[in-house]
Design a protein around this ligand. Structure first.
Ligand code: ATP
Ligand code: MG
Length: 138
């Protein structure tokens, strides 16, 4: 019963040199990489990706942060991928994240929180196809 989730290593973690350590944690937790790219979002693309948060007070800050530097985008596969990946990354606010989670170890703050993880199977599919065509998934 394998399924998929979508992640980004966000601009803060890229700038802080944590790409390798985060990918290592992802591999160690048993996720298989289905697709991956190093890229940078325009403000327009970041706004589209996070458009569900349009009405939230932090939307402008989120869009400007997510387009501030390069990111790593990836599709990951594992049984219970969405749920298990959310456990691996920890709470949105790193101050509330459990020890050993990626956000606890690598996030700067609630806004600049190192990684994205899809919150449902449906959103994982939508987010994965935002970045990758079928030909880029293995
Ligand atoms: P993500 O969707 O990036 O995996 P999440 O599901 O844990 O994070 P969401 O509620 O979906 O959290 O918020 C999306 C992103 O918006 C957060 O990861 C964070 O970067 C930013 N964010 C959320 N809440 C705040 C806040 N109170 N202040 C600033 N930024 C915030
Ligand atoms: Mg979310």
């Amino acid at each position: 019963m394998t399924n998929r989730t979508f992640t980004m290593i966000k601009p803060d973690a890229v700038e802080d040199g944590h790409i390798g350590a985060i990918l290592n944690d992802i591999n160690a937790a048993g996720f298989r990489i289905v697709a991956m790219k190093y890229t940078k979002l325009s403000a327009e693309q970041a706004g589209k990706f996070y458009e569900v948060h349009q009405e939230r007070p932090f939307y402008g800050e989120l869009v400007s942060f997510m387009s501030s530097g390069p990111i790593v985008a990836a599709i990951l596969e594992k049984d219970h991928a969405v749920e298990d990946f959310r456990k691996l990354i920890g709470a949105t606010n790193p101050a509330n994240a459990e020890d050993g989670t990626i956000r606890k170890k690598f996030a700067r703050s609630i806004g600049e929180n190192a990684v994205h993880g899809s919150d449902s199977n449906e959103n994982a599919a939508i987010e994965g196809s935002f970045f990758f065509s079928a030909l880029e998934q293995f």
